[in-house]
Design a binder for this molecule. Structure first.
Ligand SMILES: [Zn+2]
Length: 295
């Protein structure tokens, strides 16, 4: 039986029956609890609560008790359940944790109908975005598209999102203002993080320092595109200094040229060691970035 979105009972206490949870999602102490009854393996034998007796990709049939939005009990499917609370039959549907989207560009989302990439290359994507942003990315436009992106994400089960935001000059102020508005509006539904996105040479002058201050005051993450160039080591040093002075985490795009000789990832790692950086550091690849333009 194919189910669409479930209609969860509109009560604080209910059961989800006959669901299946991927084994890696279950902690060892869940499997070993006394109330976890033996499960039947695919061969039909009882295999108990020992993780080693499941296949590594096993799906564990379960009944789950929900109280006030929290999982309060998990039993093997078909276990005795009190009849006094509503129960929803999942018909062996899969149960997963909510998604974490750790790299997207909400500010670039949904521009495709008006600014498509004419030939699918990275350079054309950048040119299309640049032209679109120069003409249309005021507060209302960025807010409307980013808010729709969040609605789509929420509808499909996403609970946390890190978005990069183009942040050259005035655009940074606009997009981080949008971000702060959305972060407040969605605080009960989606955890939102924002990373500024500029080329690293931008950080060498006063505008870069102002951007670092804007990121710090917005609760954001400092970041940029680490294109290979003659000054990249000095640029990385500058970014790490700005981050350390403001206790900011870092997030870089690297090596998006598809040139196998590019080594920005290595240079970022060396800078992190050189600066004894103790914050959180993430480095992204070109693949997710190209895809994000079609959000
Ligand atoms: Zn990206």
């Amino acid at each position: 039986m194919m189910l669409s979105f479930l209609k969860v009972p509109d009560v604080p206490h209910y059961w989800l029956r006959n669901g299946q949870v991927p084994l890696p999602m279950l902690a060892d102490n869940v499997l070993s609890r006394p109330w976890v009854k033996p499960w039947l393996g695919s061969h039909g034998r009882q295999i108990g609560g020992d993780r080693r007796l499941f296949g590594s990709e096993a799906l564990v049939p379960v009944d789950i008790e929900i109280c006030n939005g929290m999982v309060t009990a998990l039993h093997s499917a078909g276990s005795a359940i009190a009849d006094i609370v509503p129960a929803l039959d999942l018909h062996s549907g899969l149960i997963w944790p909510c998604f974490v989207d750790m790299h997207t560009h909400l500010d670039k989302g949904h521009i495709w109908p008006r600014s498509p990439n004419p030939n699918g290359t990275f350079d054309s994507a950048l040119a299309a975005v640049h032209n679109d942003s120069a003409q249309r990315w005021d507060f209302e436009d960025v807010y409307r598209r980013a808010a729709f992106g969040l609605k789509c994400s929420y509808a499909h089960g996403t609970q946390a999102i890190r978005t990069h935001l183009d942040a050259f000059d005035r655009q940074g102020e606009i997009s981080f203002e949008v971000f702060q508005r959305l972060q407040a509006e969605w605080q009960d539904k989606i955890v939102l993080q924002a990373v500024c996105l500029v080329t690293l040479d931008y950080f060498m002058g006063p505008p870069g320092e102002r951007l670092a201050n804007l990121v710090a005051s917005s609760g954001g993450v400092l970041g940029g595109v680490a294109f290979m160039n003659a000054g990249i080591v000095q640029q990385l040093d500058r970014v790490f200094e700005l981050a350390k002075a403001r206790n900011l985490d870092l997030d870089f795009h690297t090596d998006e040229s598809l040139n196998p000789d590019d080594m920005a990832l290595r240079l970022v790692a060396e800078a992190a060691i050189r600066h004894e950086f103790t914050g959180r550091l993430l480095v992204d690849t070109a693949v997710v970035c190209l895809c994000s333009l079609k959000m």
